[in-house]
Structure formats: structure tokens, C-alpha cells
Design a binder for this molecule. Structure first.
Ligand code: SIN
Length: 544
């Protein structure tokens, strides 16, 4: 070994060559004495570069992995996927099973309850919590349809059904709300983390019933989330959304009839509505989505995180633009990671980008976020907007594979390569990150994105995939395969339920860095728009 026991870290290639020669001698001696198994020779990256004995692709690291497999076994998560030998490993989802939270919505119709429920569900699912919305209106329709099929009795759910002076209907609505809560509790007991009771829960007595029921369950936390809205424009937009965008309650009515009926329904609820003032309850009251927030008795990690997220939401119109950096020198060489500069074509993209963005945004203010890596900062350099750099936006850390091509990784570590392909979201490079790790570190970025207005992110492939999956609510397994090509701007326009999307590709050639999902029949698609899903109907036993 070298005198100091370590290799030189300076760039003197003669020194490195001498160190490597001494290391190789030491290896040979150890091998000859039977201390080590024979060395497997790995092809170096280029004929001019000596084999990296201690780096990725080097025999020392590989040997170390094989000899320490047993000692690493104890550190795996409670129910890990099959372990992997080599430079990285699949990392099991952290155990969130202790968290049991009921978020009970409160609010008049058309006040954004379903919007908040949906946003909260998407955010927490992106972070891999098990979340489900239990929508009482949906249960009501499902049961009514079952009753009609079985007994041929058609229930009328017009505004009269929502009048509190209609005793029979009130009883029926109360029992639907209770049944939905029972389904939610059952689901939490079966392993769910956050169940959202999407109902009006508009009176103190209804909230007291929920509280009394949950008091019987050990370890379940109850938070009420009240959505107040006194902005006539927002209420009118919500009413329009309800009557003209496929709400099943109004599918057989003209938009005019539907509007009238829905407004009457709202006024029926207004007659008995009681805002939350119960001092002993845990609650969050949000007025006009973010304008004013009241928080009472919110404790604990996940509850506080839920509250913090909801406090940051707003519904002002805005655009979020994503662009990868221009083509980099590493892209051209097919290498991953690193901190290389742009290629000449990447520079052309950086110069063309300002015209495309200003054409789209006009006079409106915009802030540009980049990572701390040179290629994103260089791409942003001609943009005439405020720029901020975020460490959290740096590319997925490929650890010991940083600077290698995929071919080199495949050749050096075929097992790892295959394992990453099999479960790319969970695969963590040795000394680096998995997609899951990236999602976790991007959480503050999402929080800030929700708070901000027009933002352009000049980012990296893996980073933008994670952010894109949040905005389009895509599953974790698809996330690492989302197409985010070079020299393309993705413009997202958040809407009540999801996002519209446009893509602009500049006519400047670039390499294709996308690796499709192996053996998969279907690749995840570009999502030009996401819309409200009227939740999949529950299979419920009807008492009819
Ligand atoms: C509904 O049936 O649409 C809502 C019932 C409620 O929560 O009041």
C-alpha cells in the first residue's frame, strides 16, 4: 500500500499510477497468500484510464461487497424486498403504519372541500402514505343506484333531499355519513394512514357524533378541516364546475336546472350551518384557500405536516414551467451525474429559451429556480428573471456510479443493473440516492411551489420526473420512466382538479437520455390534462 495507507487525491497522474501499481502489488500478494479470491478484471472506461481498483466497477469494491453481505443483512427494513448484491440495493418503503389520522371535512357545498381533500390525498400519496377519500355524496349515489336496481325504487336527490326540515332525508343523510365513517375506520384498521371524510359535517351535533365514535378507537387522531369561502367569484366557479363538469347528481338535468337546484341545496345547508368553535377539537379552518388560516390543537408530526401543506395552498391562476438543462457534455458522452458544462447544442438551447418563456408568460412576474449544478445555472443565464438556486434540485446522486455510462454500469455490475431496471423507484445507488430519496428531499420544493405563483424550474431528468408525478398524480412505479426530454419546456396550468399541460420542443437536436421501462408493454404517457375523478364507487352492502 502507499506509505500513508491511502491513495493520493491530487491530480498528479504519475502519482496515481504509482499508487495504483503499489495497490495492485498488494492485492497480488494478498491473493497469493490466499487472503483474497482471484480478482475479476473489469474493463476500464477508456483504454487510457487505469482500472479504478477502489471505485465503482473496480474489483476491490466488488470483493468488499461479496465479503460483507452477511454483516449488512441486519440493517435492512422490516419487510424488505429481496436483497441485492453489488453497488446498491433496493430499499423498502419506510414503515408508516403507526400513523392513523381521520381528517373530517367541514363546509357548505361549493366551498372547496373536495378540492382540499383531493390535494391533500395527492400530496400524501406522493410521499407514500396510504390515503383514501371517503366521499359521502358518492356513497349516497352508489346506494341509491343499488336500491333502484334491486327494488326498482328511484330516490330523488334534488335540493329537497338536503333540507333539514325533511326528517326522513335528514335521517338518511346522517346514516350515510355514519356508514362512510365506519368504512373509513375499517380501512384505517386494515393499514391505511390518513382517511379523509369528505362530507359537509356542518353542525356541531354531527361533529360531536364523529368525535364520540372515534373516541372508541385507540390511537386514531381526529382533525376537522373546515373550508370557508366568501369570495363570490370562487363560489360561482365551484358551482359551475359542479353543474357543468359531469357531476353525477346533475347528469340528467340541463345546466340551468342543475344550477338552480344546486344553489337551493346550498341555501338549505346555510340554514343550519355552524362554523367550528368547539374549543376542545383539533381543527384547521381555511378561508378562501389560504387567505386566512386558523389552527387549533394540531399536534404531532404528520398532523402538523398536513396543516402546513394546507396552509400553503392557493388557487390564484399561475403556470409552472419545467425544463431540463440544455444538453450537457456528459449527456453527449452518455455519462450519468457529474457537474459538466453544456455542449454547444445545450448552449444554443440556453440562448433560445428566453424568447420561448417570455412569449408564454408575457408581462407577468416569473421566478427561475435552478439546481446548484453548472448545467442548470448555465441554461438559465440569459433569462431576464429573478433566479434562485436550490440544493434540493440537484440531480439524483448516482453515488459510486457517478460519471459512468449505463454500458459501463451494466458491464461492471450486471446484477445491479438488472435490479435497478426491475424496481427503479426503490433502487438506491451505493453512496447515492434512490428515486424515493429524491421525493423526500423534494418535499420542501413542493411546499414552496404550492405557495408561489409563476415558476420556471430548470432542472434534471430524475428531479423533474418526481415533481411531474406530483402534479399529475402518477404512481411511484411509473415515475422513473416519465418522458422529460431535453430541449423541451413543459408548461403546467393547475386547475381545480389537476393540471393542463402543453409541451414546447425547440428545434435544437439533443441526445435522447430516456431509457424505457424494460419488458413493459405500456410506457407512462404524457398527461395533457388531469381531471377530477368522481371516486371509484365502493362496493357497499345495501340495507335496501
Ligand atoms: C352529499 O350527500 O352529497 C353530502 C352529504 C353531506 O355531507 O351532507
Amino acid at each position: 500500500m502507499a506509505d500513508s495507507g491511502t491513495l493520493h487525491s491530487d491530480s498528479n497522474s504519475r502519482g496515481i499510477a504509482a499508487d495504483l501499481a503499489r495497490a495492485a502489488d498488494a492485492l497480488e500478494t494478498m491473493q497469493a497468500s490466499g487472503e483474497l479470491a482471484p480478482v475479476v478484471t473489469v474493463a476500464p472506461a477508456s483504454p487510457n484510464v487505469p482500472p479504478a481498483l477502489f471505485g465503482a466497477g473496480g474489483p476491490m469494491l466488488k470483493r468488499f461487497d461479496e465479503s460483507t453481505v452477511a454483516s449488512r443483512k441486519g440493517s435492512t427494513a422490516p419487510s424488505p424486498p429481496p436483497s441485492v448484491k453489488g453497488i446498491g440495493k433496493k430499499v423498502a418503503k419506510p414503515d408508516y403504519s403507526e400513523q392513523k389520522i381521520v381528517v373530517a371535512m367541514v363546509g357548505l357545498p361549493a366551498r372547496g372541500k373536495s378540492y382540499l381533500s383531493n390535494k391533500l390525498m395527492i400530496y400524501l400519496r406522493w410521499l407514500e402514505y396510504d390515503v383514501k377519500v371517503f366521499n359521502v355524496g358518492q356513497l349516497r349515489r352508489t346506494k341509491a343506484r343499488q336500491k333502484a336496481q334491486k327494488l326498482g325504487v328511484k330516490e330523488n336527490h334534488n335540493a329537497e333531499f338536503f333540507s333539514h326540515s325533511n326528517a326522513q332525508a335528514t335521517q338518511s343523510r346522517d346514516s350515510l355519513a355514519e356508514e362512510s365513517l365506519e368504512m373509513l375506520i375499517k380501512w384505517l384498521k386494515e393499514g391505511g394512514n390518513v382517511g379523509i371524510h369528505d362530507a359537509t359535517n356542518s353542525t356541531k351535533s354531527r361533529r360531536a357524533k364523529i368525535e364520540a365514535r372515534l373516541a372508541k378507537e385507540k390511537g386514531m387522531i381526529l382533525i376537522f378541516l373546515e373550508s370557508l369561502c366568501d369570495d363570490p367569484a370562487v363560489i360561482a366557479a365551484n358551482v359551475e364546475l359542479k353543474v357543468s363538469q359531469g357531476d353525477p347528481d346533475y347528469k340528467d338535468m340541463s345546466p340551468d336546472e342543475a344550477r338552480k337546484d344546486f344553489l337551493r341545496r346550498i341555501s338549505e345547508y346555510e340554514k343550519v350551518y355552524e362554523t367550528i368553535t368547539e374549543p376542545h377539537l383539533s381543527y384547521l379552518r381555511i378561508k378562501n384557500v389560504g387567505e386566512e388560516v386558523t389552527m387549533s390543537r394540531i399536534n404531532g408530526y404528520l398532523s402538523s405536516r398536513i396543516a402546513f401543506y394546507l396552509m400553503n395552498l392557493h388557487i390564484r391562476p399561475r403556470n409552472i414551467f419545467f425544463s431540463r438543462h440544455g444538453e450537457s457534455q456528459y449527456n453527449v458522452e452518455g455519462k450519468i451525474g457529474g457537474d459538466s458544462l453544456l455542449s454547444p447544442r445545450g448552449m444554443q438551447y440556453a440562448k433560445a429559451l428566453p424568447a420561448l418563456i417570455t412569449d408564454n408568460i408575457g408581462e407577468k412576474p416569473l421566478t427561475v429556480w435552478t439546481s446548484t449544478l453548472k448545467r442548470t445555472i448555465q441554461t438559465a443565464q440569459y433569462l431576464p428573471y429573478t433566479k434562485l438556486t436550490w440544493k434540493s434540485l440537484d440531480e439524483l446522486d448516482a453515488g459510486v456510479c457517478d460519471g459512468m455510462t449505463y454500458e459501463e454500469i451494466e458491464q461492471a455490475y450486471p446484477d445491479d443493473y438488472a435490479n435497478r431496471d426491475e424496481d427503479k423507484f426503490n433502487y438506491r445507488y451505493r453512496g447515492g440516492e434512490s428515486y424515493r430519496d429524491v421525493v423526500v428531499r423534494l418535499e420542501p420544493v413542493i411546499m414552496e411551489l404550492e405557495r408561489q405563483e409563476n415558476i420556471l424550474i430548470i432542472g434534471h431528468q430524475a428531479i423533474l420526473r418526481c415533481l411531474y408525478a406530483y402534479f399529475h398524480h402518477l404512481p411511484q412505479a411509473d415515475l422513473p420512466y416519465i418522458k422529460i426530454p431535453l430541449h423541451t419546456v413543459i408548461k403546467l396550468t393547475p386547475k381545480a382538479y389537476g393540471c393542463d399541460e402543453e409541451r414546447y420542443t425547440l428545434p435544437i437536436n439533443a441526445v435522447d437520455t430516456h431509457r424505457p421501462k424494460p419488458k413493459a408493454a405500456k410506457q407512462p404517457n404524457v398527461h395533457p390534462t388531469t381531471q377530477r375523478i368522481y371516486y371509484v364507487e365502493e362496493e357497499v352492502k345495501t340495507s335496501a
